[in-house]
Structures are given as structure tokens and as C-alpha cells.
Design a protein around this ligand. Structure first.
Ligand code: PLP
Length: 390
């Protein structure tokens, strides 16, 4: 029997969980009103949205007035960055060159169209933004309205930052702190009421919810204007008829993710270690991007395979062999140059970078198969190919 495919690209997106799909289907079929209508159908739709808001706020320990539904992480991050400049008078933004393009391209836009200085911190070889340089930059920023925007989990290499540490430093210097938490929501516990965070973003498709729905957190102290104008939904923060089924599904997905967070994390950590140890044994010279396990997301493993006669089309060959992985971020996959993240890391010229990302359902047998396939695809002799048949 032909073995089934092995999907190891959960950082790009996750499949919808069957329980989440059930909720989404029920709402899509049975809740047909417009939440802005005052009749019974409208009121039912409004109730579904507000119950979903309560569920998500409970998971994050945020107030109901601090959560706004959007269409995705990109929209949330753009609304926050552009709003901070336009509505809060921010004239200096400190960020990192390893952020997702929805931050970097928004910052390019801001720098082109507003009198704002954008500063990019140097990063450690592990991908973490340099904390000492951040402290110096924050001292330099005193007296200037400043926003720091740093992602919690890097989507390409899994590097994490301690939000408490970075956020506190920003607040100690009077700066606002925003984190693109798209890869972390559903995998981290938050206590937003007590954390030094002003803004954050989430996206349901990263935690087994549907695509096309997300949220933004805006601390009560701040009032931003919307990016979209129209019907004044979401307390005038996001016009457009709400994606009711998507919102209900996102709430269910986050609730389930939080309920099982610890066991899912340790499962993925075990699969990550298994893959790393296995790959190190079969691929001489293999290196890892990102910090040691403790500071890395358990769901992401990014490795560099030394250049060899057969590594040129490694990702494509993995795909043909039935393994879905990624080279850089999903958005830039297919492009043969090193991604904007890898260009800032100590990756050897010619190395092929592969990002594997795991789910709580990834099995030890699947990982063993991926190790065998990687061995056969990168070996310079035919020997490994035959030994994997045993
Ligand atoms: N931020 C990070 C770190 C991501 O990984 C992604 C998606 O890949 C996004 C933002 C964008 O999220 P969305 O796809 O919901 O727009």
C-alpha cells in the first residue's frame, strides 16, 4: 500500500479541527442573520459573536473591550501599526529585520508616507533581537513617542522572545509594545491583564481554526481609528459584516488549544527532538537555525543541509517523496534565494534550509520515515537508499 503523505508544514497553516468544523458548520447553517440587525435573527448572530469574544478574552485574560475581530493576522498587524502612527502620535518605531512581511512591508509603507523613523535592531545568531541594543535605542527614544514591534515566535526558525522581558523594558522607557503573536496564539498562555503588552495579533488558521478570521488586542488605554470605514462594526474598529461562523470557530479552536496546551507542547517537543537527533545522525554537517530548545517554539525545526550533488531540489524531492515541508516562509516558498530571515543568520553559502513544523498528531513513525527520506535524498552514494528499504 502506498504510504500516506506526511504534512510537516503546520507553521504555514493548520487543518481545521473536526470539532471546530462542527461548530462552524452549525453556525453557518443556523445563524443566518446580520449581527447589526435588531430582529431575532440579528440578535442571535450578535449573541454568537459576543459569546465568542467572551471565550477568547477568557483564554487571554483580556477585557471584552480590548478584543476586535478581523479577517487575518495581516489585517490586525497593519491596523495596529498604522493606527499607532496616525492616532497615537508615534514617530519612532523599533523592530527587527526578521519580522513577518506583514510587519516589514507595513513599516516600509509607514516610513514612506509618514514622518516616522524606523529602526531595526541587530539580531543574535539565534534570531533574537539584541536586548542591550534595544535598551540603548529606548534611552535614545526618551521624549519621542515610540512603538516597539517584535514577534513572539518567528515563523521561519521558531525563535521566541520573552514578552514579559521585552515588554517591561519598553514600558520602563515609556515606549509602547506590540507583538505579532500570530505563531504563538494557541501555543502559549497569556495573562494580558498583567502583561506589559499594548497590542497583539492572532490568526485562527494557525491554531486549527478556519482561514480568513483573526483578532487584534488593543489595550484599553489606547484608542485607534479603523483601517476600513463603513458600517462601524466591532465598535467602529473594523467595518464589514462579521464572519460569524469563522469567529465562532476561532473561539472554539482557541478554547480547545488552551485546554490541551501542555500535552500538545510536550508531544511536539518530543517529535522535534526526535527529528533533529535523527537528522544529525544521517546528514553530516547539518546545522540548526534558532536558539536551543528552551527558547524555541516546539512546533518549528529549521535545519540547514550542507550543499551536495543532490540537494539542489531538496524541497521538491521531499514533496515527491510524500513529505510537505517549507524552505522559508510559506509566502516566499518557491523563490530560490535565501529568505529575508535566513539572510540575517549564520547560514553557510549553498546550504539548503528546510523548515519542518509539527502538530500534536505527528507520529514517531512519521518522523522516522522523514529521517529515512532525508537521508536518501541527501546521501552522495546509493547506499543509504538501499538501507532504508530494510
Ligand atoms: N505573522 C506571522 C508570524 C505569520 O506567520 C503569519 C502567517 O504566516 C502572519 C503574521 C500573517 O497571518 P495571516 O495569514 O492570518 O494574515
Amino acid at each position: 500500500m502506498k504510504p500516506s503523505r506526511i504534512y510537516l508544514d503546520y507553521a504555514a497553516t493548520t487543518p481545521i479541527h473536526p470539532e471546530v468544523w462542527k461548530v462552524m458548520g452549525e453556525v453557518a447553517l443556523n445563524v443566518s442573520g446580520n449581527p447589526s440587525s435588531i430582529h431575532a435573527e440579528g440578535r442571535l448572530a450578535r449573541t454568537v459573536i459576543e459569546e465568542s469574544r467572551k471565550t477568547i478574552c477568557k483564554s487571554l485574560n483580556a477585557s471584552l473591550s480590548e478584543l476586535f475581530f478581523t479577517s487575518c493576522g495581516t489585517e490586525s498587524n497593519n491596523t495596529i501599526l498604522i493606527g499607532a502612527v496616525r492616532d497615537l502620535g508615534v514617530t519612532r518605531i523599533i523592530s527587527s529585520p526578521l519580522e513577518h512581511h506583514c510587519i516589514l512591508h507595513a513599516l516600509d509603507h509607514i516610513a514612506r508616507h509618514h514622518p516616522v523613523e524606523v529602526v531595526y535592531l541587530p539580531v543574535q545568531p539565534t534570531g533574537q533581537p539584541d536586548l542591550e541594543v534595544l535598551a540603548e535605542e529606548l534611552k535614545r527614544s526618551e521624549g519621542t513617542k515610540t512603538l516597539v514591534s517584535l514577534m513572539q515566535v518567528n515563523n521561519e526558525i521558531g525563535t521566541t522572545i520573552d514578552l514579559q522581558e521585552y515588554g517591561q523594558l519598553c514600558h520602563d522607557h515609556g515606549a509602547l509594545f506590540h507583538s505579532d503573536t500570530v505563531q504563538a496564539v494557541g501555543y502559549t498562555r497569556y495573562d494580558l491583564d498583567r502583561m506589559p503588552i499594548d497590542f497583539m495579533a492572532g490568526s485562527a488558521h494557525k491554531f486549527y481554526g478556519p482561514k480568513g478570521v483573526g483578532f487584534m488586542y488593543i489595550r484599553n488605554d489606547h484608542t485607534l481609528q479603523p483601517l476600513l470605514y463603513g458600517g462601524s462594526q466591532e465598535r467602529n474598529m473594523r467595518s464589514g459584516t462579521e464572519n460569524i461562523a469563522g469567529i465562532a470557530a476561532m473561539a472554539k479552536a482557541l478554547e480547545m488549544a488552551c485546554d490541551t496546551l501542555d500535552e500538545r507542547s510536550s508531544h511536539m517537543m518530543a517529535r522535534r527532538s526526535q527529528l533533529l537527533e535523527g537528522l544529525k545522525k544521517v546528514i553530516p554537517g547539518l546545522t540548526v537555525n534558532g536558539p536551543p530548545m528552551e527558547s524555541c517554539s516546539p512546533k518549528i525545526l529549521s535545519v540547514n543541509v550542507p550543499e551536495g550533488p543532490r540537494t539542489d531540489l531538496l524541497l521538491m524531492n521531499l514533496d515527491i517523496a510524500g513529505v510537505s515541508a517549507s524552505g522559508g516562509s510559506a509566502c516566499s516558498s518557491g523563490v530560490e534565494s535565501a529568505s529575508h530571515v535566513l539572510r540575517h543568520l549564520p547560514v553557510r553559502d549553498g546550504d539548503k534550509t528546510v523548515r519542518f513544523s509539527f502538530s500534536p498528531q505527528t507520529t514517531a513513525e512519521e518522523i522516522d520515515r522523514v529521517i529515512d527520506i532525508m537521508a536518501s535524498l541527501t546521501s552522495t552514494t546509493a547506499q543509504v537508499l538501499s538501507s532504508t528499504k530494510d
